[in-house]
Design a protein around this ligand. Structure first.
Ligand SMILES: [Zn+2]
Length: 303
């Protein structure tokens, strides 16, 4: 089981109410995207190229597209929404019902994406028509005021929608287009690290990968979770802690001192140094020595 960025944050920090709401929203969004991704993988013809979480910039403004499906002469933007409950489209906007609350119109978001993608494709010298849809992936979602002309795919229509895309015969090699698009991808969002994290305020220790409990030394080579009893090799637990540090504090170098503090001095400096030699690349001279994890021993999933 992989640990997500959000889980790392939740375990290490006492988040305030707004941060919790924001994280909850993000998590639901990710679950929706993951769900659609698995549908796409099973329903869509493997020849059809799909780019997910595509981020790009036009004139200094950033745009993110959940899924971009490439067909022969066109591409389809899919914006995923995991809303739960009853909603209504009214002439003056998009509303959540019970209690009534006006929320950001999902159509305007996807329309903006279409306009921006249009400029982006033009700049990349790619000639594709653009269609767009908002996919409401939650079965427990109802939308009043919906008409057939609206760019919406409801959960009950998703399978048929994807299958209908298979009907086109694919004769285009998309490699060129994909390469161009990938070259134009914005790798790091400017908004990604909005939550300013204070290293000193984080809860320190080694976190269990199964239940997010705290690990304690069990034997010379093993740790044991205080909550669920799962045992883990020291190496993998330390490797995961390094990944956590790299993810939460991407701008800071990982020094022995910092890592010792992060794992709440579970191990002695000499033992940790020996371990780091094994699983990390060492950089810098003695005084400014810092470490980066050797291979992707542990990867952070985006889900
Ligand atoms: Zn555990």
């Amino acid at each position: 089981m992989k640990m997500t960025h959000l889980e790392m944050l939740e375990k290490r920090y006492n988040l305030d109410r707004d941060q919790k709401i924001q994280l909850d929203k993000e998590r639901k969004g990710k679950i929706g995207e993951y769900y659609l991704k698995s549908l796409i993988e099973t329903k869509l013809h493997p020849e059809i190229a799909v780019i997910s979480d595509y981020r790009f910039e036009v004139n200094g403004s950033e745009c993110q597209i959940d899924f971009l499906i490439l067909l022969n002469q066109s591409c389809i933007i899919i914006e995923v929404k995991s809303y739960y409950g009853d909603f209504e489209i009214r002439p003056d906007g998009f509303y959540r019902l019970n209690p009534l609350r006006k929320i950001k119109h999902p159509f305007s978001q996807v329309e903006r994406a279409e306009i921006m993608l249009h400029s982006h494709l033009k700049r990349l010298n790619l000639n594709l028509n653009i269609k767009y849809y908002v996919a409401f992936v939650n079965e427990q979602f109802s939308l009043y005021g919906l008409t057939r002309d609206m760019p919406v795919v409801m959960a009950s229509q998703l399978n048929r929608f994807l299958e209908s895309l298979n009907e086109e015969v694919y004769d285009k090699k998309h490699e060129y287009i994909i390469n161009r698009l990938e070259d134009g991808r914005l790798l790091k969002s400017r908004y990604e690290h909005e939550l300013k994290l204070d290293f000193n305020k984080a809860k320190k220790g080694l976190v269990c990968q199964h239940c997010s409990g705290w690990l304690e030394v069990d034997t010379y080579k093993q740790l044991k979770c205080q909550s669920c009893g799962t045992k883990e090799e020291i190496e993998s637990a330390i490797g995961r802690s390094i990944t956590e540090l790299e993810t939460l504090f991407p701008d800071d170098e990982i020094t022995l001192r910092r890592l010792l503090e992060w794992i709440d001095h579970t191990y002695s400096p000499s033992k940790l140094r020996r371990l780091l030699k094994k699983i990390c690349h060492t950089h810098g001279s003695k005084k400014g020595r810092y470490y980066t994890l050797k291979s992707n021993i542990i990867t952070v999933s985006n889900i």
